[in-house]
Design a protein around this ligand. Structure first.
Ligand code: 3H9
Length: 701
């Protein structure tokens, strides 16, 4: 046996224990240990049944993701599972925590499965650009039916134990001790004379339904909802093989399709995204024993869309929150907005009436700063104007208890200046939520010059509590996300002056994989926001920098986006589908004419490079300035806050995969032609010259 696998005997039952923290991933040692343990149990004449239990907080969470892309080491997981399934003694997998990916596939290789009632099972490989490659696509449909298998494999979403029982994925639920439950079940099997029952030999799930129709419908759904993704179509093809081929041939087909996914660049990008997200939670220079402040109560200042969204985020996770507005009328509007947001969820069926009332009861409206005296954290979400922030923070400083965290939701103002309005700048931190704050996963945690370690670490813990993906950023105009998106949006607008239409630019970037085109996005957030930023930048940035003018023309005509019924597009009342705005064409012509530009057709690759490389060049500057800790943090921000396609790994990973020399060549060309916005980032020049990537730089500096 290896360190990670123990084989023990409990009477005539063989107990196999897996202990490979943190999540019992199926790395080489686990695979080898399982193979040996099952073989030994199979061959021991006195053993009547086998029980498989995992130690620690979870059953196996799948193959060891770190091994993908490295030379394979025998035994492979399919080989191990073949031995498990072939065992001549009945075996029971005892599931707690999560049985995911290869973990569920091992459980499906066992002859029986029992699950603790709070456990989850799933095949999330698709989220990593893969498909279940150790029999999951063949065994799951045989047990659960093609419809359920397709749903689980193509979405990658795990299901709870009760649902797994309903769909014959597990045989029984239990509470309490894992080993005890496993041994009891195994003894019952022996007493009742029930021998091995191999999932691969089951047929119930494949019979009695029109599997072809189910497969056709899934194809249509994937084409509509997951365009550009490589692995979902292969997931369907693998399940289809289960409906047409005997097990051995189906497994072979699954293996071929798995290998195609493994070799696809999307797999590398999606696995990068997985680890990047986990890495983002780690702050390199923070002592590991830093103390966290307890957060039991919160307060939010400002009952606008943002403030209410933040208050809802606290209430959603059970934290009582006070919502402060300047007068009763504004407060009632804010509370009404909170109620309406929950009511919409109830209508959609994602929240019950009871849960809505419980959550609303956690939100208390107040108009007096004195009411915030006991809050552990206060988040300010008032108007983006330094004078207004000053008033708020001076009052907070006067009323909040010592040790309270004073957070600003500013998206672009200087957090150090805000902290200086208080006598406790070490307690001030930025919590930059993205709108709608109760929905969007991203949280930029802004570390001010004087923010204490304790406050920073607690701010990250608050993010975790609110189920956000939190990323630490430094202070600068726009922090990471908005500072970069400004470059992206500006270049998109310059394309309009060169001859493109918003439809062409949006379509090119959507085809690249962005969730939304830049102009549809601007119409959604409101054109006045960008106008205010440009006004500030025109006043502070070097005078020779050129600014695009189409957006200013739209603002001057009162076309501020969806909220006014027109912007880059036109909107019918009550309908958010963008239509062509007939007033725009003359504005585009005028903008080009004023700059002496002859309008011409632009190709899609040019449009994409112009926008995406603007992000990359700025990202490189941000990295070098230390505003982001690592290039993967920038990727996490773009994947979770800006609709960047996960299958491209984020802008910095994408640039690495294109090759920084190629990116730099394009940036230089644009610099020569379009001016100093395109000044190459020194870090990009350095890495391109050295033949290195952003990812390597983050690792080695
Ligand atoms: C597969 O199985 C392919 C097979 O079909 C075919 C093979 C032939 N490997 O998320 P957390 C690490 S593909 C290696 O913060 P939580 C993670 O990086 C796999 N490491 O905890 C982190 O490390 P660190 C299909 C892994 O409690 C630590 O564990 N399976 C793996 O919030 C804690 O993770 C999946 O896609 C892994 N498989 O969530 C499941 N999983 O501390 C992926 C985790 O150094 N995993 N780590 O930062 C998850 O969804 C979550 O980690 C889980 C726990 C729900 C399990």
């Amino acid at each position: 046996m290896t360190d990670v696998i123990r084989l023990e005997r409990r009477g005539d039952i063989a107990l196999i224990l897996v202990n490979n923290p943190p999540v019992n991933a199926l790395g080489h040692a686990v695979r080898k240990g399982l193979l040996d343990a099952f073989r030994q149990a199979d061959e021991a004449p006195e053993v009547t049944a086998v029980v498989l239990v995992c130690e620690g907080p979870t059953f196996m969470a799948g193959a060891d993701i770190k091994e993908f892309g490295k030379p394979p080491q025998a035994p492979s997981l399919p080989e191990v599972i073949e031995v498990i399934e072939g065992c001549r003694k009945p075996s029971v997998a005892v599931i707690h925590g999560s049985a995911l990916g290869g973990g569920l596939e091992v459980a499906l290789g066992c002859h029986y499965r029992i699950a603790r009632s709070d456990a989850k099972v799933g095949l999330p490989e698709v989220k990593l650009g893969l498909l279940p490659g150790a029999g999951g696509t063949q065994r799951l449909p045989r047990l659960a039916g093609v419809e359920k298998a397709l749903e689980m494999i193509v979405s990658g979403q795990p299901i709870g134990a009760a649902e797994a029982l309903e769909h014959h994925i597990v045989d029984e639920l239990f509470e309490g001790d894992l080993i005890e439950a496993g041994l009891t079940y195994a003894r019952r099997l022996v007493e009742e004379g029930r021998g091995p029952r191999r999932s691969g030999e089951q047929t119930r799930g494949l019979e009695g339904v029109d599997n072809e129709a189910l497969i056709r419908a899934k194809h249509a759904e994937v084409a509509k909802r997951m365009p550009g993704l490589f692995s979902p179509l292969r997931c369907i093809a693998a399940v289809e093989a289960a409906t047409r081929l005997p097990l051995a041939e189906g497994l072979k087909r699954e293996r071929e399709l798995f290998t195609e996914c493994l070799n696809s660049p999307q797999r590398g990008a999606l696995i990068h995204s997985f680890f990047a997200e986990r890495q983002a939670g780690k702050i390199d220079d923070l002592p590991s024993d830093v103390k966290l402040r307890p957060i039991r109560t919160a307060a939010v200042i400002g009952g606008g869309t943002m403030g209410v969204g933040i208050a809802l985020s606290f209430a959603n996770t059970g934290v009582p929150v006070k919502l402060l507005e300047i007068n009763d009328e504004a407060l009632q509007r804010g509370l009404q907005r909170a109620r309406e947001t929950y009511a919409a969820s109830v209508k959609r069926g994602s929240l019950t009436e009871d849960a809505m009332e419980q959550r609303l009861a956690l939100i208390a409206g107040v108009t007096d700063y004195g009411a915030l005296a006991d809050a552990d954290v206060v988040v300010e979400a008032v108007f983006e104007e330094m004078g207004v922030k000053q008033q708020v923070f001076e009052q907070l400083d006067a009323v909040c208890k010592p040790g309270a965290i004073l957070a600003s939701n500013t998206s672009s103002l200087d957090l150090n200046a805000i902290a200086a309005f208080t006598k406790r700048p070490e307690d001030v931190v930025g919590l930059h939520f993205f709108s709608p704050a109760n929905v969007m996963r991203l949280l930029e945690v802004v570390r001010g010059e004087r923010t204490s370690d304790e406050v920073l670490a607690t701010a990250m813990a608050i993010g975790k509590q609110l189920k956000k993906v939190s990323v630490v950023v430094g202070v600068c105009d726009g922090f990471v996300g908005n500072r970069m998106v400004f470059q992206y949006g500006r270049e998109a607008e310059f394309l309009l002056e060169e001859g493109a239409t918003p439809q062409q630019v949006d379509a090119a970037l959507r085809n690249f994989g962005m969730a939304m085109g830049p102009f549809a996005m601007r119409d959604l957030s409101g054109l006045d926001i960008g106008q205010a930023i440009r006004k500030r930048q025109r006043a502070t940035l070097p005078a020779h920098l050129d600014f695009p003018t189409v957006s200013d023309k739209l603002c001057a005509a009162g076309m501020l986006g969806q909220k006014t019924g027109a912007g880059y597009y036109r909107y019918e009342p009550g309908n958010r589908t963008p239509q062509e705005n007939p007033d725009l064409a003359p504005m585009l012509e005028a903008a080009s004419r004023e700059k002496g530009i002859e309008r011409k057709a632009l190709d899609e690759q040019y449009i994409v490079e112009r926008c995406i490389f603007a992000l990359v060049n700025e990202g490189a500057k941000i990295l070098e300035e230390g505003i982001a800790q690592r290039s993967s943090d920038i990727d996490v921000i773009y994947l979770n806050g800006y609709g960047f396609p996960a299958f491209r790994g984020g802008p910095m990973y994408y640039a690495d995969s294109v090759g920084l020399d190629k990116v730099l060549a394009r940036v230089k060309e644009l610099h020569a032609r379009c001016g100093d916005w395109w000044k190459p980032a020194p870090l990009l020049e350095k890495l391109a010259a050295e033949g290195r990537t952003f990812t390597e730089w983050q690792a080695g500096q």
